[in-house]
Design a protein around this ligand. Structure first.
Ligand code: GLA
Length: 391
């Protein structure tokens, strides 16, 4: 049974009638521009064909009841209990419930009507894998509340409200990339976003290429704490660099030449973090021209450089990711390979010639398994549309 039928069936069993609607919101993969969204840089994600599905209907009771199939748990909360982060029985919100609850909170902050619903949801996006399962849950629930409330927000606005939920309610200081990709995805296209102006456009992926996502299956704990620390280091770098470059607002405003000149004034750890960002913004600034010219070799090289930088300077990789990337880069038809998303475990993204894909998947599986003893999950992904009501 596919996941759409599954959430609909469980909904019917649980609530005794078929759900009025089903919403879908995808995860994302990012090809270039990592850890630069919160530094006003450029990112190149795509929405993927793994998604979260929510079956839902309005209800007359004053609280929403949500069933999370993947956790085999349910929660009930209302607009009253949201601000004190509890369920209706006064117990604390369960961790997975912070995402839909956070979304409800940020919609309420906008004074949008948020009606009570009964909902059942499940996701194909593996959790903690760097493919933005949490953004997909947020975007699916915004679509659900939008449908019930009979108001409409532009997709970028939905993304911003999801980010606000994550920053202010869940407590992860993430940038806009994940919610943007999940909200604004376009079938068969990469999305090039300027995280400062929020202007974006689609970029076609050359026909002969496949995006292969490979999950190390390694999950790190305490990721959000490390993530917030990286962001804080970038902010510290900006305050320190301001002494010499008073006009800068973010690391986007610092070019590599100026950075090299001033780097020695920064504490070593802050210098490393900021160097990754400044150089990665310069790399991602080349994306448009390279893809326009069909220069996949050079683009792939930038992906490989990005991985080294994430590993050595930003220190968000791990031994398993490094092994997987190294194996992939040695295989025929692989233009570029690197970790994708926040890091600390999770997935790699690989740009592979279509004619080599099957052999690539086999060799990567075998090589990774023999080096680590872990069996990877590998997806040949298709860029998909963003969050939408499907029924
Ligand atoms: C996470 C965050 C994004 C982005 C990436 C790293 O996925 O949610 O905003 O910062 O990490 O590029």
């Amino acid at each position: 049974m596919n996941l759409i039928d599954q959430v609909a069936t469980i909904y019917k069993e649980k609530f005794g009638h078929v759900p009025a609607h089903i919403a879908r919101a995808p995860g994302r993969v990012n090809l270039l521009g990592e850890h630069v969204d919160y530094n006003d840089g450029f990112v190149l994600p795509a929405a993927i064909d793994l998604a979260t599905y929510v079956a839902f209907s309005p209800t007359n009771v004053p609280h929403s009841t949500l069933v999370a199939v993947d956790f085999d748990q349910q929660t009930s909360f209302s607009t009253e209990t949201i601000s004190i982060r509890t369920q209706v029985d006064s117990s604390p919100l369960l961790e997975w419930a912070l995402y839909p609850a956070g979304v409800m909170w940020s919609l309420m902050e906008e004074n949008l009507p948020v009606l009570s619903m009964n909902a059942v949801f499940a996701s194909e996006v593996p959790r903690g894998s760097g493919l933005s399962s949490s953004a997909s849950v947020e975007m699916a629930f915004i679509i659900a509340w939008q449908t019930l409330g009979d108001w409409t927000l532009p997709s970028m606005k939905r993304a911003l409200l999801g980010q606000k939920a994550e920053n202010k309610y869940v407590g992860v200081n993430c940038g806009i990339m994940d919610q943007f990709a999940s909200a604004c995805g376009v079938e068969n296209k990469l999305l090039l976003l300027d995280c400062r102006s929020l202007e974006w456009k689609t970029v076609p992926l050359p026909e002969n290429l496949s995006i292969v996502i490979a999950d190390t299956t390694v999950r790190r704990k305490l990721t959000s704490g490390e993530y917030n620390k990286r962001r804080a280091a970038c902010e510290d770098a900006v305050s320190l660099l301001k002494k010499d470059l008073p006009g800068i607002q973010s690391l986007r405003d610092v070019n590599v030449r100026d950075f090299n000149r001033l780097a020695k004034k920064l504490p070593r750890e802050i210098e490393k973090r900021a160097r990754h960002v400044v150089e990665e913004i310069e790399r991602s600034d080349q994306v448009d021209a390279l893809l326009e010219a069909g220069d996949i070799q050079s683009f792939g090289k930038l992906m490989n450089e990005c991985h080294i930088s994430l590993s050595d300077l930003y220190e968000v990789s791990c031994p398993e990711l490094n092994k997987m990337v190294k194996i992939a880069q040695s295989l025929d038809g692989c233009y570029g390979a690197r970790l994708t998303g926040a890091g600390f475990g999770g997935c790699t993204v690989n740009l592979v010639n279509k004619k080599n894909v099957e052999a690539f998947v086999q060799a990567l599986t075998k090589g990774y398994e023999s080096e680590t003893g872990l069996r990877p999950s590998i997806y040949i992904t298709r860029a998909s549309n963003g969050a939408e009501l499907i029924q």
